[in-house]
Design a protein around this ligand. Structure first.
Ligand SMILES: Cc1cc2nc3c(=O)[nH]c(=O)nc-3n(C[C@H](O)[C@H](O)[C@H](O)COP(=O)(O)OP(=O)(O)OC[C@H]3O[C@@H](n4cnc5c(N)ncnc54)[C@H](O)[C@@H]3O)c2cc1C
Ligand SMILES: NC(=O)C1=CN([C@@H]2O[C@H](COP(=O)(O)OP(=O)(O)OC[C@H]3O[C@@H](n4cnc5c(N)ncnc54)[C@H](OP(=O)(O)O)[C@@H]3O)[C@@H](O)[C@H]2O)C=CC1
Ligand SMILES: CC(C)=CCC[C@@H](C)[C@H]1CC[C@H]2C3=C(CC[C@]12C)[C@@]1(C)CC[C@H](O)C[C@@H]1CC3
Length: 510
């Protein structure tokens, strides 16, 4: 399991309780193994529902009535006096972050039964979906039809709504930007109960204010997303690097190539060693170099990447969907804390088909002791910083937490109005830190505060699915609230929704 428990955890409870807690902390994998078949059944049920909906072709036809039901709930909230602000009724355990939002218990919750893919328009090159559609569901539908999203944020269960209202970043973000930048239209239910369709042209203020607003301007009821032609494979090149300078220069070279690279990412395995991966979609594969990494008996992707540090540079052909979901089966590298022997070939061949356990079910079944253990001995953070600060940022993280692998994902940040306003188009990089800090003295609050201060000084941004310890003033100076405040006033949101900060700050989380 994760690490040694704190004294508080070892000391809490007595007799049987203490024994149970010890088992839950140190042998969580026993429970997780039991969760695997449950995850399979849960997925199968979701699949059966999608299949039925598709066969009956009922989703597009039902959309209007489902949206009317959302508007009706908002009107009921108004009629009842609008005492508590509103949020979605999606329970905390279903969301793809470590947090459980406290406000779900006190606010007026609005049910959004919006789980369907609505329409694929090959001429316009867009797909229209409801907000609870997941990345796994979208690639399963689009890829076989010869289309795909310009980029697909892992993990499988991330929803379109969460990625728009929060944010999404992936390995083609250096080309396309963040998830919001591939969205062309939003349908929203506003605080007055009206339904609006918004594009860059029809209402630029609202269009640019929606991303990163965390459901505090209205409820998203549909999104139109750009699509691109899909080819069958990704030709992926692995290039080991032996220093941070080399990593930075290879990444910059690869994103700057005139002929372009569709995908660029790096995993650092220490501050001196990493592997940069660059890829493009292709229609044929060299048979000898085909690697179907999505097969359940294949090694965890990050371990496969690590092997190139020993074997040297290489090229592989990976089926497109396997590439898009390459970090799903190992939950990046978090799975090693949950099923420590999960990469053993015997386990992979026998039980790999049941992995990964669903994040939602892990959240639902984690005990208080496991939650506290994670909170005190674990870091899950993504920091978006200008690419020129990459070396300093990694050294800073190394000094503070020394967590590896480290995810490096470059992305383009256009100069647009909204929360992430930058003076000119810029290239940023997401540094993803997920794991158990090795540096002694890790303190979740103090360490994260220092990291946040570093990011703020570098003119960067913190991803808000993770814990933020910033004060409201610091938060407001990291994220440009000019347009957001203007829209909250225009849409009269004050009583209807809390401010973003009040939804994402530490106090709002259990
Ligand atoms: C034209 C068309 C229209 C459709 N319209 C609708 C609609 O209106 N509404 C609707 O809800 N559905 C619709 N569907 C069906 C739907 O989009 C998917 O086909 C269905 O949801 C598949 O579900 P799945 O992702 O669970 O299936 P699977 O592909 O069996 O996937 C099972 C799980 O494994 C994951 N997975 C699969 N392959 C990999 C891999 N290589 N690497 C990592 N993980 C992987 C998946 O993400 C998923 O979590 C439509 C399909 C088509 C073709
Ligand atoms: N590769 C990547 O980019 C990854 C991104 N993530 C992060 O995970 C999060 C997405 O997780 P997911 O479980 O899908 O979403 P969540 O349920 O966590 O939703 C995120 C926020 O968006 C709001 N929201 C979601 N849908 C709607 C809607 N239809 N209308 C209004 N508000 C909405 C939620 O409001 P409310 O609180 O009211 O429910 C919540 O505040 C994002 O924040 C993303 O940054 C995580 C892993 C990888
Ligand atoms: C690529 C980006 C931007 C982010 C990736 C973040 C993920 C690594 C985390 C998002 C949700 C996290 C959770 C866990 C591990 C790390 C994430 C997948 C747990 C599964 C860890 C074990 C706990 O008991 C439950 C956690 C739920 C959320």
């Amino acid at each position: 399991m994760v690490t040694k428990p704190t004294q508080r955890e070892e000391g809490s409870g007595g007799g049987l309780d203490a024994l149970l807690e010890h088992v839950l902390i140190h042998y969580r994998w026993v429970f997780v193994i039991l969760l695997l078949p449950v995850s399979v059944v849960y997925d199968a049920l979701l699949f059966a529902r999608s299949w039925l909906v598709f066969q009956l072709s009922s989703a597009p036809h039902k959309h209007a009535s489902k949206v009317a039901a959302v508007a009706e709930q908002v009107r009921r909230w108004r009629a009842e006096g609008g005492r508590e602000p509103m949020c979605t009724a999606r329970p905390g355990w279903q969301t793809m972050s470590f947090r459980h939002a406290k406000y779900k218990k006190t606010m007026f919750t609005v049910n959004l039964n919006l789980v369907d893919i609505l329409e694929l328009d090959a001429e316009k090159r867009t797909v229209r979906v409801e907000p609870l559609v997941t990345m796994g569901q979208l690639t399963a539908m689009l890829d076989p039809l010869g289309w795909t999203l310009p980029f697909v944020p892992e993990l499988d269960d991330l929803t379109v709504g969460g990625l728009v209202m929060g944010t999404g970043v992936e390995t083609s973000s250096h080309k396309y930007g963040l998830f919001q930048h591939i969205c062309v239209a939003y349908e929203l239910a506003l605080a007055d109960g009206s339904i609006v369709q918004v594009t860059k042209e029809s209402d630029p203020d609202l269009f640019y204010a929606v991303p990163w607003s965390y459901g505090t301007l209205g409820f998203l009821t549909a999104v139109e997303i750009q699509i691109v032609p899909a080819l069958r494979f990704v030709k992926l090149q692995y290039e080991p690097v032996r220093s941070l300078d080399e990593a930075a220069s290879v990444i910059k070279r690869q994103i700057g190539l005139p002929e372009g690279n569709e995908f660029v990412e790096a995993l650092m395995f220490s501050k001196d060693e990493g592997v940069v991966m660059t890829g493009n979609m292709v229609s044929c594969a060299d048979r000898g170099k085909l690697n179907e990494i999505g097969r359940s008996y294949k090694p965890w992707f990050f371990e496969h990447v690590r092997s190139f540090l020993t074997t040297g540079p290489a090229v592989e052909y990976i089926p497109l969907r396997d590439y898009q979901h390459r970090h799903s089966r190992s939950l990046f590298w978090e799975i090693k804390e949950i099923i420590p022997f999960g990469n053993n070939p015997v386990f992979r061949y026998l039980f790999g088909w049941m992995t990964p356990p669903k994040v939602s079910l892990l959240k639902l079944t984690q005990t208080k002791a496991v939650k506290t253990l994670y909170e005190n001995n674990h870091i899950i953070q993504d920091m978006l910083v200008p690419i020129d600060t990459l070396k300093d940022a990694v050294l800073f993280f190394d000094k503070e937490v020394e967590v590896y692998p480290l995810w490096l994902c470059p992305f383009r940040l256009p100069s647009e109005p909204g929360m992430l306003r930058v003076p000119a188009d810029a290239m940023y990089i997401d540094i993803g830190v997920y794991g158990v800090p090795k540096r002694p003295g890790f303190d979740p609050k103090q360490t994260t505060r220092r990291i946040e201060a570093f990011v703020a000084k570098a003119k960067g941004f913190q991803m808000l699915y993770a814990d933020t310890y910033t004060t409201k003033e610091e938060f407001r100076s990291m994220f440009d609230h000019t347009l957001y405040d203007k829209m909250r006033a225009r849409l009269k949101c004050d009583r209807a929704f809390p401010e973003v900060y009040d939804k994402v700050c530490r106090k709002a989380r259990e």
